[in-house]
Design a binder for this molecule. Structure first.
Ligand SMILES: [Zn+2]
Length: 382
């Protein structure tokens, strides 16, 4: 990959840390700016911080001033932004205006968004596809820009603390007691992939909800790509960040396709648990929220309940160990829950959460339910 322009890097760093209404549109909007500004090399970008070719409109006065600029299609009045932050806010304010009305019903996926606003923005053929082609590069630039430990923070006045999300499995080899994958869905989607996708959605939903509620929350993922991490090292991320809460996410499988439902595990007393009551309370809200969310999209699902990790078979879930989570040496403990979100070997689950036409919005509504409950619990811990 070519060396990244310093200005583009600065924009990525600020944008990665900025709260936006639809975090899942961060990469596609950034890709659009890369296209419009020639990766932050156009004079409009370098001189006026206008990376999106935004023409001047009086209602942009909150964010920008007017500047005459000779673009390839002639001289016109454009927006000049004093700061990169103003540009970011200005872009979204620009989209919030009349010609793009209705855009908020096209925000489920980056493709939906750019195919909706693209033809209004730049009516030349293939514009949306040109933007989409840059999304992977945008993603990697934004990912590099996020603090190296994968933290995404949302600043607000009510402090909720840090939550670590641990998508189970990953990669192709067994590492430190963690197998690369366990369950596989009817259509062949692996548990490791779903665990990561749901955790990313949950993170975005937490950041979005916290933004609306003016709360400060830090969300850290143990992995953001298809890599495996040892069991102890996953829990150690919570210790390193002195997290208030930890959720490990898995999906289940069974020989019988009729088996379905969500279950949540906490560290059993016999396995040693320095904060048993708190873990049970946290596990309870996680289980209830997930069941509520899942039942709304798949009425046939089962509430398999909150259980001690002694029920899993071999005796304990190492990822919930106090020593690994750092609880042995902390006064304020980290609450931890291990979720088996659904049986992906069940046809109704396959349809509602994995490959059916409403899977994307269903996933989002289930994670929104969990995010709401987790924020509520973390408010009490704070
Ligand atoms: Zn698993």
């Amino acid at each position: 990959m070519m060396a990244i322009n310093q200005l583009l890097k600065r924009l990525a760093t600020i944008y990665a840390g900025e709260t936006i209404r639809y975090p899942n549109l961060r990469a596609v909007s950034f890709a659009q700016w890369m296209l419009e500004s020639g990766r932050a090399t156009s004079p409009l970008a370098t001189d006026h911080y206008n990376f999106a070719g935004l023409k001047w409109r009086p209602e942009m006065g909150l964010f920008a001033t007017r500047v005459n600029y000779a673009a390839h299609d002639g001289t016109d009045a454009y927006c000049k932004f004093a700061t990169l932050e103003n540009f970011i806010r200005g872009y979204w304010a620009f989209i919030d205006r009349a010609p793009y009305s209705g855009w908020e019903s096209h925000v489920d996926t980056p493709e939906q968004y750019i195919h909706y606003i693209g033809p209004i923005y730049t009516p030349s053929a293939g514009y949306a596809d040109k933007v989409l082609a840059l999304v992977p590069e945008a993603q990697s630039i934004l990912f590099e820009a996020v603090t190296s430990d994968g933290t995404v923070a949302n600043s607000g006045t009510t402090k909720l603390g840090t939550l670590v999300l641990d998508p189970g499995h990953g990669g192709t080899v067994k590492i430190g007691g963690s197998s690369p994958n366990n369950a596989t869905s009817i259509s062949g989607v692996k548990e490791k992939k779903l665990a990561l996708e749901f955790c990313l959605l949950l993170r975005d939903e937490l950041i979005r909800q916290a933004g609306v509620a003016n709360e400060e929350i830090k969300v850290v993922l143990t992995r953001e790509t298809d890599v495996n991490i040892g069991i102890k090292d996953r829990a150690a991320v919570a210790a390193k960040h002195q997290a208030q809460a930890f959720i490990c996410m898995h999906f289940n499988g069974d020989k019988k396709p009729s088996v379905s439902g969500v279950e949540t595990y906490y560290r059993a007393a016999v396995n040693g648990n320095a904060n048993l009551a708190d873990d049970k309370a946290f596990g309870r809200i996680v289980q209830d929220a997930l069941f509520k969310g899942l039942k709304a999209v798949n009425p046939g699902t089962k509430n398999r309940g909150l259980k001690p990790d002694t029920d899993t078979g071999p005796g304990s879930l190492g990822v919930l160990s106090d020593a690994a989570l750092g609880n042995s040496t902390r006064t304020a403990k980290c609450v931890a829950a291990y979720v088996e979100l659904e049986f992906i070997t069940n046809p109704a689950v396959e349809k509602t959460l994995i490959s059916g036409p409403s899977a994307v919005s269903n996933r989002k509504s289930v994670m929104a339910e969990l995010a709401k409950a987790v924020r509520g619990h973390m408010r009490k811990l704070a």
